[in-house]
Design a protein around this ligand. Structure first.
Ligand code: SF4
Ligand code: SF4
Length: 360
């Protein structure tokens, strides 16, 4: 059984973080020593500065790499596919602090899209995952408008090459279905992962990209990604199944009885307000169409980069009067456009009934 290692840290330089990582790596010392090549996989969703808590903090990644070197002589690669924004990878690496981390530590930066996509059981992902012995998965603890939370299982989504990610949203527009598909995908790569979650500064509210940074002081590690996600979800006071990838894992038979982190009822973080609402079936038919959150482009902030259009899985965005415009009837509320816009030019418009049911 894989242990779950936890630390409460006052910051990224707290010695309790280093001790926790050391204990975790020591428990996996044989695996690390035998590895030929390791992929370090932070969350690099977009070109956001570390203080915004969209991406894994560079100090966290740096500490992990420094300690990792003591346990392995493997070649170290670092890479991710940043949302629909994979075309601006160099900028993402620069702004998130990863270019500097790579220069200082000597890790080799790789691009997910440079490796051929492979397909297994209808699941498409980058063959980069096949080239390494271990995926050292370094997620950022964030709430997520679609999947509740983004933690270790969800972070592997970044190994699906650029445009294929959009296809997942198109083919699985319902959030529980998307989460079930993500868990199926995790079933292919999960055995390769070692996972350390950066929740020292996490994100609450409208994550994964437009929420608010929150000091949580949490870091945790395990080679059981689902168990780790459950532990961390409980540490921030939420129910296990609030994280929809966990819900999918439990539905698929994951046994959580060994997890010793107690459940609490005091949420440390604010949930996403844009999250869709689930109603009893009889009510759903009557009012579901009136409970919605739709994106709206704020022309005054828009820099016409068209990333929103490129990221939309159902072509719901077209240029009208020189600016992107969302066709609300086509929109499936995946929030990809909201996620990728780096100018905060995609706002979220909530229906009056959504405000009534979810709260202001
Ligand atoms: S709304 Fe955002 S993503 Fe879309 S074109 Fe404008 S700036 Fe780019
Ligand atoms: S308009 Fe935005 S939220 Fe709607 S389907 Fe397209 S990308 Fe998703």
């Amino acid at each position: 059984m894989n242990n779950i290692y936890k630390a409460h840290c006052k910051g990224y330089h707290d010695t309790s973080l280093q001790k926790m990582i050391e204990n975790y790596f020591y428990s996996e010392r044989d695996r690390l020593a035998g590895a030929r090549r390791i992929l370090i996989k932070p969350n690099l969703l977009s070109a956001s500065i570390p203080e915004k808590a969209v991406t894994t903090h560079p100090d966290f990644v740096r500490t992990v790499i420094r300690i990792l070197r003591e346990y392995t002589e493997a070649e170290l690669w670092l890479g991710d596919s940043p949302g629909a924004n994979f075309g601006k990878y160099d900028k993402v690496l620069e702004v998130t602090g990863m270019t500097k981390v790579a220069e200082e530590t000597g890790v080799h930066v790789v691009r997910v899209e440079s490796f051929e996509p492979v397909s297994r059981g209808g699941i498409v992902y980058s063959s980069l995952a096949e080239e390494v012995d271990i995926i050292l998965n370094l997620p950022k603890l964030k709430t997520h408008g679609l999947t509740g939370m983004t933690l270790a299982v969800k972070n592997l989504f970044g190994l699906i090459p650029g445009t294929a990610k959009v296809g997942y949203h198109r083919d699985f527009p319902v959030d529980t279905e998307l989460a079930a598909q993500l868990y199926k995908y995790f079933g292919i790569l999960g055995h390769k992962t070692m996972n350390i979650i950066d929740g020292i500064i996490g994100m609450e509210g409208d994550g994964p990209s437009k929420g608010t940074p929150v000091e949580l002081g949490i870091a945790a590690a395990s080679s059981d990604a689902v168990g780790l996600d459950i532990a961390v979800t409980r540490m921030v006071g939420l129910k296990d199944e609030f994280c929809l990838t966990t819900k999918a894992a439990i539905a698929a038979g994951y046994d959580k009885s060994h997890i010793d982190v107690p459940e609490t009822n005091i949420p440390l973080i604010k949930k996403s307000l844009s999250k869709k609402v689930y109603l009893p079936p009889f009510l759903k038919q009557l009012v579901a169409k009136q409970v919605y959150v739709k994106p709206v482009v704020l022309n005054e902030k828009c820099i016409l980069c068209m990333l929103c259009m490129k990221s939309c899985p159902v072509d719901a965005i077209a240029v009208i009067n020189d600016f992107p415009f969302v066709d609300k009837k086509k929109c499936i509320e995946c929030f990809c456009c909201h996620e990728v816009c780096e100018s905060d030019a995609v706002g979220l418009e909530r229906s009056w009934l959504h405000k009534l049911v979810v709260g202001k």
